[in-house]
Design a protein around this ligand. Structure first.
Ligand SMILES: C[S@@+](CC[C@H](N)C(=O)[O-])C[C@H]1O[C@@H](n2cnc3c(N)ncnc32)[C@H](O)[C@@H]1O
Length: 254
């Protein structure tokens, strides 16, 4: 697997991957209700952290990718001291105690196995104050992600755009289902051209491990969390037939 698969994507991550599906608004509203300080786990470029900090709530973001954190620092410069970023693995959150931990946009699926999932959830519980909350969202093994057929899928173009300096960039994705480990392996290809032809190509690989709602509930209960709400979207829509995303809010038990 690529050492830092997000490295070559960091500079344009928000352009390509920001789902614009209301997740940042959902997490910001939750932070308004729960208060701060907030921990943003696997914060990436700070997309969600900035939305929360914009309401005057202190946010600590952490991530393993130096490139994503550099971009987070650049984009957050106007938010001032309410926002700080740290380089750390998901299971080693910095600081605390926090009123709310958020982990957005499938970041939890980057845990490679159940041992890591448990370590990450226990790590968040350890830095959350009594009665504090956790919220995360994951793509379910449903809809297009219910396809467990073997073999690599063809490249699908995701975004193409022209930079101001005449460089054209295209990002494409392909993936493969790995049912024996409940996983999905995905590749992103970044191609760059000038008028004279192709100049660069990067390919990065990321391994995800999918979870079902029932499995996530058990993992949360095992690590000192009590599930308070499960939604099928960021408008607090009910989880049910047709749901392809699971949004969970849990409370630090005991
Ligand atoms: C899909 S991105 C989501 C970023 C951000 N949460 C958002 O909503 O835009 C996943 C992020 O998780 C980070 N990540 C993946 N595995 C990690 C780990 N084991 N420890 C820390 N960060 C990790 C990646 O570097 C990347 O920035």
């Amino acid at each position: 697997m690529t050492a830092d698969p997000y490295g070559p994507l960091a500079a344009f991550y928000e352009r390509v991957f920001d789902p614009r599906n209301g997740d940042a608004g959902f997490y910001a509203a939750l932070a308004r209700r729960e208060g701060g300080p907030v921990l943003d786990a696997g914060c990436g470029t700070g997309r969600v952290a900035r939305a929360i900090a914009a309401q005057g709530i202190a946010v600590t973001g952490y991530d393993r990718s130096a490139a994503m954190l550099a971009e987070a620092g650049r984009l957050a410069s106007a938010a001032g001291p309410r926002l700080s970023f740290h380089r750390a693995e998901l299971e080693s959150p910095p600081g605390g105690p926090f009123a709310l931990v958020v982990c957005a946009a499938d970041t939890f699926l980057h845990c490679v196995d159940q041992a890591q999932q448990l370590a990450v959830l226990a790590g968040w519980r350890a830095v959350t104050r009594p009665g504090g909350a956790l919220a995360l969202d994951v793509t379910l093994p449903a809809g297009p992600w219910a396809d467990w057929e073997e073999g690599e899928r063809p490249w699908q173009p995701l975004a193409v755009w022209d930079e101001a300096d005449g460089l054209r960039r295209e990002v494409s994705l392909r993936w493969r289902a790995e049912p024996w480990r409940q996983g999905r392996r995905a590749w992103a290809r970044i191609e760059e051209w000038t008028a004279g032809g192709p100049v660069r190509r990067h390919e990065v690989e990321v391994a995800l491990r999918l979870v079902t709602g029932g499995e996530l509930r058990l993992l949360l209960e095992r690590t000192g969390w009590r599930v308070e709400a499960e939604y099928g979207d960021f408008d607090a829509g009910a989880l049910g037939p047709g749901s392809e995303r699971l949004v969970v809010v849990a409370r630090a038990a005991g």
